[in-house]
Design a protein around this ligand. Structure first.
Ligand code: ATP
Ligand code: MG
Length: 411
């Protein structure tokens, strides 16, 4: 891939957009420079869509706050002690970070000092492709050969890989994440060897950081090849010992026009069909309650109607488990190669309109049933009858059935 050493402003609308210009102009108004840094430069050079715009400057964080405010922009001190101020222009955030160098890093924590040296700031970044910066006119600064590495699809550490991993163990996972998204061919030998050697340090990382990197990795179009590589390198045993199959992830990638690169579903594809295991993984990775419930629901419902053998079973699953779970289960079935059933489940989830039982406990009370457990039993019986009838009975029919049950009980 040919990579130009400059961002062509005519092909990078985000660079010339008035919001970006306003932030750059505000930061530079004190007479010092500002550059675009990190992911936006890397992605622009290979024609990928840029969403997050990060800016660096030698101005101090309090000075950046002043300059933004003086220009009439909103300034939020999001990480001011680490050097980051967020400028917000018409709702869009721009992170403005003061140039930094590492004073101390022990694998988990880092102490930074501010600097006015652009190369020092680039040297503390993880990979050469992430150490690029660009002037506001698009001219790229490339202190470590990142442009060539980007073109070659090579994720290479800035500096000595082992030393850089010992400073921050998360870089092991970032190496694979960036390889999954930007790599071509075999990974960098020295980087891979260092990751293999230092994999035993992975359990030191906080669950949140591991989860964030893992899920970002799983978004890559061919995440499965990198997951395979990680498993072979001993990276996954310390962080995802439950991993069972990578083949199902490949299968899911094959139906990606339906699955849309959903990282949670991709994670589930790697795990055994066991709600208990899914719950354990979700808890260890500190996923949100909603995400944990989704994983558990799609890991295998313990019910008589799943796997669904008929349209009616499918509707029952949709009603009891919800559309998200049935869609997830359908996609996992597709990933296993069960095409007919998987497509049917996905299609059914697409069109399903949720239904609600049209009678309530109050209806039983109104028929003279005394308050107590009997009310719930009666409504439960109506619900089973309504489900057996495929949710077709309306309120009048359900009431009539309830009345007949109450009458039967009375006699
Ligand atoms: P993405 O588009 O996926 O967000 P990104 O390059 O912006 O990619 P981030 O994780 O958001 O990635 O980090 C922003 C930049 O900060 C990186 O490009 C890199 O220069 C630097 N960086 C982030 N985390 C680390 C780290 N653990 N060690 C060294 N540098 C890092
Ligand atoms: Mg980013």
């Amino acid at each position: 891939m040919a990579v130009s050493p400059a961002i062509d402003p005519s092909r990078a609308p985000w660079l010339t957009a008035s919001d970006t210009r306003a932030v750059l102009a505000a930061v530079m108004a004190g007479g010092k420079a500002a550059r675009l840094v990190g992911g936006c430069v890397r992605d622009a050079l290979i024609g990928r869509t840029v969403t997050d715009i990060d800016i660096a400057t030698p101005e101090s964080p309090p000075r950046v706050m002043e300059l933004l405010i003086a220009a009439g922009l909103k300034a939020v001190p999001t990480g001011i002690e680490h050097g980051t101020v967020t400028a917000v222009v018409r709702g869009k955030p721009f992170e403005v970070t003061t140039l930094r160098r590492d004073v101390m890093a022990d694998g988990r924590h880092a102490v930074v000092a501010f600097t006015d040296d652009w190369t020092e700031d680039a040297a503390r970044r993880d990979f050469t492709i992430n150490a690029l910066s660009a002037d506001p006119d698009g001219r790229v600064h490339d202190p470590f050969g990142g442009v060539a590495d980007l073109a070659a699809g090579r994720v290479r550490f800035v500096g000595e890989p082992q030393a850089r991993i010992r400073e921050d163990v998360l870089r092991i996972l970032r190496f694979f994440r960036f390889h999954a998204h930007y790599g071509q061919g075999a990974p960098d030998t020295a980087g891979l060897a260092a990751c293999r050697e230092l994999a035993p340090l992975l359990p030191r990382l906080s669950a949140e950081r591991v989860a964030a990197e893992l899920l970002r990795l799983l978004r890559a179009p061919d995440a499965a090849s990198t997951v395979r590589l990680m498993a072979d390198t001993g990276i996954l045993a310390p962080i995802l010992p439950e991993l069972t199959g990578i083949e199902r992830l490949r299968g899911l990638q094959d139906v990606d026009e339906l699955a849309a690169g959903d990282p949670l579903l991709r994670l589930l594809a790697l795990l055994p069909d066991d709600p208990g295991v899914a719950g354990t993984v979700a808890e260890r990775l500190r996923l949100s309650n909603a995400d944990r419930e989704r994983l558990v629901a799609a890991a295998g419902p313990p019910t008589a109607f799943w796997p669904a053998h008929s349209e009616r079973d499918l509707r029952r699953a949709l009603h009891r488990l919800g559309t998200q779970a049935v869609r997830d289960l359908g996609l996992l079935a597709l990933a296993r190669g069960d095409a007919a059933f998987g497509r049917q489940a996905v299609a059914a989830a697409q069109v399903w309109q949720p239904v609600a039982l049209p009678v309530k406990g109050q209806d039983a009370l109104d028929l003279g049933v005394p308050a107590g457990p009997r009310v719930g039993e009666l409504i439960g019986a109506v619900e089973r009858w309504w489900e057996d009838g495929d949710y077709r009975a309306d309120r009048a029919a359900c009431l009539a059935h309830l009345r007949s049950l109450v009458g039967k009980a009375a006699t």
